[in-house]
Structure formats: C-alpha cells, structure tokens
Design a protein around this ligand. Structure first.
Ligand SMILES: Cc1cc2nc3c(=O)[nH]c(=O)nc-3n(C[C@H](O)[C@H](O)[C@H](O)COP(=O)(O)OP(=O)(O)OC[C@H]3O[C@@H](n4cnc5c(N)ncnc54)[C@H](O)[C@@H]3O)c2cc1C
Length: 461
C-alpha cells in the first residue's frame, strides 16, 4: 500500500455496485478531482426493469446489460474492479472484495454503498430451488429456459395430467414485475408460439398470477389496479388474490386462501417476484455503527443518505431506508447523484452538518401489461392503455445506457410488438440447471469442510 500523505494524493472514492445508484453516482463524479474505484460482483450495469423481456425472449442480455468497463471507458478518474465485497471496515476505511481466490483491499476517503437488494422468500429460502426469482441476468436466462423447456416437455408428453402441469405457469407476486412477467408469458403462449408445436396447442397454457394482497399492483391502487387486472384477464391470465403460498416443490405449490383452506396447484414453472431483501452489507454496516436496519434489511440513513456517525459513508438506492421511499430506479439514480454532489462539496470545504437533506423528485412509475397496454402514474395523473404504453416505451428507451442498446431494443420491440416474432428464443439445459447444481456443489463443499474440521475440534477438546 502507498504511504502518500492524505494532503498530497487525490481523494479516494470507492463505489460498491454498478447498478443504477453506483453508475449514476460514479458518472456524476466524472469531472471531480477524485480517484474512483467501482467494485461490483458483475461486469455489467443491469437495467433490471427490462429483465422480464430477456426472460420471455424479446430482448438479448446485451441490450440491457452493457459492460460497465466500456460504459466508463472515457471516465479517466475511474477504475472498475470485479469482485464480491465481503467486508466493509468503517474504522480502517477499507473495502475487502474477492474474485475467485483473489482478495483485494481497497482504502477509501468517501464510500458510496449501492449493492441493491436480492429476492426475499420471507424465511422460506428453500422455495428458491423450485421458484427462482428474477434479479440478475442469470435468473432471467434460467427463467427463459424453464418457460420454453416446459413447452418442449409438454410436446413430448402423452399424459394429459402431466401436460396440464407443464403448461401451467405460476407467477407469485402481483407487483410490477409479476404483472409484466405474467402478461408476457400469456402473449408468448398465445401469439409467438402459436402454431409452432404439433402435439400441443401453446394457447392452452394457463398463466396464474398469485398474491396474498387483495389487488393487482397494490402500489397504484384504485382505478389503475382495476385496469391492470382487466387487461391481464383479457389476455387470459388467471388472477388469484388473497392467496398465500405456503409450500413449493418440484411439481407445484400449496396455497392458503383467505378462509384458511389450503389447495394445491400443479405447475412445473413457478416464478417468485414477491419480496425483496436488501444486501447483507447493510447489516454489516449497522453492526459497526449506530445505524439500524429495517425488516427488509435496509439501512436507516441520515437525511443526507450518510450512515449515522460516518458522514463519509453514503448508503443509497434499494439498500437504504429513508422516508418510506420505494425501491425504484429513480430513487437510486438520484441518490447516487446526490452523494456525488456532497462529496464534491466536501472537497470545496463544505462541512457534513451543512449538507442539505436529500430530496427525491418523484417522476412517476409505470408497468406494462402487454403490447399496446400499460398503466402509469405521474403525480396525480393516471394513464392506462395505449397512451400509457407509449409513455412506457419512451421512458425505458431514455434510460437504457448506450446508443447501441437503444437501437437494438427498438428493433427487437418492432419485431415483437408489430409482428409476433421474438428474436431471443434460444435456451439451454445449463441455464436451467446450473444454479441448483452450483448451490449443491457449494453445500457439499461446506459439509466436507465441516466434517474435516470435526475430528480436529474433538482432538483439541
Ligand atoms: C425485475 C425487476 C423489475 C424492476 N422494474 C422497475 C421499474 O419498472 N421501475 C423502477 O423504477 N424500478 C424497477 N425495479 C427496481 C430497480 O431496478 C431498483 O430499484 C434499482 O435497480 C436499485 O438500484 P441500486 O443501485 O440500489 O441496486 P442495483 O441496481 O440492484 O445494483 C446493485 C449492484 O450491486 C452489486 N452488488 C451487490 N452485492 C454486491 C457485493 N457484495 N459486492 C459487490 N457488488 C455487489 C450488483 O452486482 C449490482 O451491480 C425493478 C427491479 C427488478 C428486479
């Protein structure tokens, strides 16, 4: 490590995460006299809102996940490091990350933590084996393989019961992701795959959208929730509300209805989009500071997004809890830009106690249901149907990173929405089975290590 004095070297900013918060924070520091190290466990910047289109064959991975290193190529004050952050040491002011066997320790003067959130199974993590979530590129590709694989298996089956199970798709969680996914699986089976099989009719596929709440898209409520439900039903989606999932296995799931009765749904392809849990790095920071985490693991930050007692550490985006702000891309982007601004002001001599509080500017939210149909809420304005869909198209194109991604996305959307084709219908067995196989390997490895250390412990005891 260099022994340059703090006065003679540039201010070191470490950014954890290359998602919306991390990337926008880093880009906002482009002209600052700082030295930035961005550390992320993935090599790309992922546009999560369009993951469901990768899962259902509309877009390619490259369209929504450009390489971060290339996005930041011209930003000379920034270095991008691949690594899974294992430890943040608030006292030593270091971040320890790991890639394969290599451990890297990076010191910081200011830290922006934007590690996002993962899927939550509300304490039932074993559900994930059979009902994967959709948070990463790997998740979306696995899901594409599961959806298309179910149709392929149904084509090979002579057993009507088995076929029905294979052609039943269950999406758990009727928030924006669940609604968009259910709508697209319905369109895939009714339009894209229609006529492509000889033994089955893909239009027989049943898409069930389940939620424990009483509304589809409960964050919108009222008219928009009703409109979304109507449009989904028009597509043939079976909406089941007030239904809690109590068990999931390879062949289906068990649901408890409001009156307490339990019933089983036979389904091979289940998707979980019901809850989120913030990165465990939040808890790690809380354990070293006066900060607390909420039930979703989000760190309760100061009004200036800093960690209580640590004005040099900002926690932003899906990882932070402040004023009930939702887990939305805009919250993360604006948080990243705000943190960058405070770092720059600090270099000009602004004291942390003089920072203005973070103010979120709500630009609205939207969800698409099918081609030509979406719901959007901007302030008091509620839009649905075709106008909502056009607004959705424009906003998503605006925020996709890179000209090439925008161009190829427009092309793919034209093919899919005006015609009935989808360009990304490839899938492989590995996409479907790799996650579980890797998890199994890790489990075996852990068990092996535990049993190897057991005799030593006994001998020592
Ligand atoms: C399927 C889906 C659909 C969505 N749709 C919408 C939508 O329509 N509109 C909307 O506004 N929002 C939507 N969201 C939410 C939005 O994507 C998030 O609010 C936003 O991505 C949060 O940004 P972030 O920077 O906090 O985290 P993320 O964008 O999730 O980025 C987290 C980054 O941290 C990295 N990371 C995580 N842990 C570590 C670690 N230990 N070490 C190193 N790196 C790490 C990840 O690799 C990633 O680069 C959607 C989310 C999902 C999953």
């Amino acid at each position: 490590m260099s022994n340059q004095s703090a006065e003679s070297r540039r201010h070191r900013v470490v950014v954890i995460g290359s998602g919306f918060g991390g990337l926008f924070g880093t880009q906002a520091l482009e002209k600052a006299d700082v030295e930035i190290t961005m550390i992320a466990r993935t090599t790309h910047h992922l546009f999560q809102p369009l993951l469901y289109q990768v899962a259902t064959g509309i877009l390619s991975v490259g369209d929504i996940a450009p390489a971060t290193r290339l996005v930041l190529r011209k930003q000379k004050n920034t270095q991008v490091l691949l690594g899974d952050v294992q430890k943040i040491d608030l006292e030593a002011k270091t971040v320890t990350s790991q890639f394969l066997e290599r451990i890297t320790v990076t010191p910081y003067d200011s830290l922006i933590v934007a590690a996002g959130a993962g899927q939550s199974y509300f304490g039932n993590d074993h559900f994930s084996e059979f009902a994967p979530g959709m948070k990463t590129v790997d998740d979306a590709l696995e899901l594409r393989g599961r959806i298309l694989g179910a149709f392929e298996q149904a084509e090979l089956s002579d057993d009507p019961e088995e076929r029905a199970r294979l052609l039943t798709f269950v999406v758990v969680g009727a928030g924006p992701t669940g609604v968009e996914l259910a709508g697209q699986i319905a369109e895939l089976s009714h339009r894209t795959l229609s006529g492509a099989f000889r033994n089955i009719d893909p239009r027989d596929a049943r898409v069930i959208l389940l939620d424990g709440a009483n509304d589809v898209l409960p964050v919108y409520g009222g008219k928009l929730s009703r409109k979304a439900a109507e449009q989904l039903e028009k597509l043939g989606t079976d909406i089941q509300l007030g239904a809690m999932v109590v068990d999931v296995d390879v062949d289906g799931l068990v649901v408890k209805d409001k009156d307490g009765t339990e019933r089983r749904i036979e389904s091979q392809c289940k998707v979980w989009s019901a809850g989120v849990q913030a990165s465990p790095l939040g808890k790690q920071i809380a354990n070293q500071s006066e900060a607390e985490v909420d039930r979703a693991g989000r760190l309760m930050v100061n009004p200036d997004l800093s960690v209580p007692g640590h004005p040099d550490v900002f926690v932003i985006g899906d990882m932070m809890s402040l004023d009930n702000l939702p887990g939305l891309a805009q919250v993360a982007m604006q948080g990243g830009k705000y943190a960058a601004k405070q770092i720059k002001a600090g270099l000009q001599g602004q004291k942390p106690e003089d920072r203005p509080p973070f103010r979120y500017f709500d630009k609205g939210s939207m969800a698409t249901i099918s081609r030509f149909s979406a719901v959007a809420k901007v302030g008091k304005l509620e839009i649905s149907g075709f106008v909502g869909w056009v607004a959705w198209l424009v906003v998503h194109l605006m925020y996709l990173v890179g000209f090439r991604s925008r161009l190829s996305t427009i092309l793919s959307w034209t093919v899919t929405f005006l015609g009935r084709g989808r360009a990304q219908m490839a899938s492989t067995e590995q996409w479907v089975f790799a996650r579980n196989a890797m998890e199994q390997l890790e489990r075996h490895e852990r068990e092996r290590e535990t049993s190897a250390s057991e005799p030593q412990r006994k001998a020592a005891g």
